[in-house]
Design a protein around this ligand. Structure first.
Ligand code: PEP
Length: 251
């Protein structure tokens, strides 16, 4: 049985004041005991969130990490070991905003993936197709290639301590959500690809769906057999909405 996970990606949002408010709202939520819940604030606010969420019921993650695990001369970057020191448990890698808007290649992402894992953190590998690619019938090919890049570089055992988030680019921040069937089809293909290498590892990997998840559509998405929870952007900035999504994952 895979334990569901819901992670809230706050992206480049928040001030000290709004983050304090969000922490207060999260602390007031009744969260299900059978779900791993995480929030992923901007790096600037990680310390505030770790200190503020004292109950330990919510993990804190980072949105990015440097290509090297250790501290060093790399201006502007944050080493995975620094994220560990700050109290993080997981790190996003390969979010489409970084792949497409910041030009991060598979090669760079693989170095980040390795640095994150080497530090004992869990990488949340984000993969997904653009609208153009979906319309051209290339969804499974694109997602398959993104996944294959990590399998080829590190082998299937790298997925024992990793989470995969399927995030169709056309559904991120657009209000358009993949239907539960569309998402399930891709999740099943991802798991099958992993199973070709090792079926036990494939059965254990958590596959999250991301793309305009909200309280109103979460339960239906999470009811699909290969959807093990969600990576939530916009809706995670509202504590009540995020709490409701977490509860949907627990049902
Ligand atoms: C995301 O950025 O990972 C995401 C899924 O965003 P949203 O929920 O806003 O579509």
């Amino acid at each position: 049985m895979r334990r569901p996970m819901v992670a809230g990606n706050w992206k480049m949002h928040g001030t000290r004041a709004s983050v304090a408010e969000l922490i207060e709202g999260l602390a007031a939520q009744v969260l299900p005991g059978n779900v791993d819940v995480a929030v992923i604030p901007s790096s600037l606010h990680i310390g505030q969130v770790v200190d503020g969420l004292q109950s330990g019921l919510i993990m804190v993650g980072a949105q990015d990490a440097a290509v090297q695990a250790e501290q060093g001369a790399l201006t502007g970057e944050i080493a995975a070991v620094q994220l560990v020191d700050a109290g993080c448990k997981l790190v996003l890698v390969g979010h489409s905003e970084r792949r497409l808007l910041l030009g991060e290649s598979d090669q760079v992402l693989n170095r980040k993936f390795a640095a994150i894992q080497a530090s004992g953190l869990t990488p949340v590998l984000c993969i997904g197709e653009t609208l153009e690619q979906r319309e051209a019938g290339q969804t499974l090919e694109v997602v398959g290639q993104q996944l294959d890049s990590v399998i080829k570089a590190f082998g299937i055992q790298a997925f024992v301590n990793a989470v995969v988030a399927y995030e169709p680019v056309w559904a991120i921040g657009t209000g358009l959500t993949a239907t539960p069937e569309q998402a399930q089809d891709v999740h099943a293909a991802i798991r099958a690809q992993l199973a070709k290498e090792d079926s036990e590892v494939a059965q254990g990997v958590r596959l999250l769906y991301g793309g305009s998840v909200k309280a109103a559509n979460a339960a239906e998405l999470f009811s699909m057999p290969d959807i093990d929870g969600g990576l939530v952007g916009g809706a995670s900035l509202n504590a009540d909405e995020f709490g409701a999504i977490c509860r949907a994952a627990g049902n």
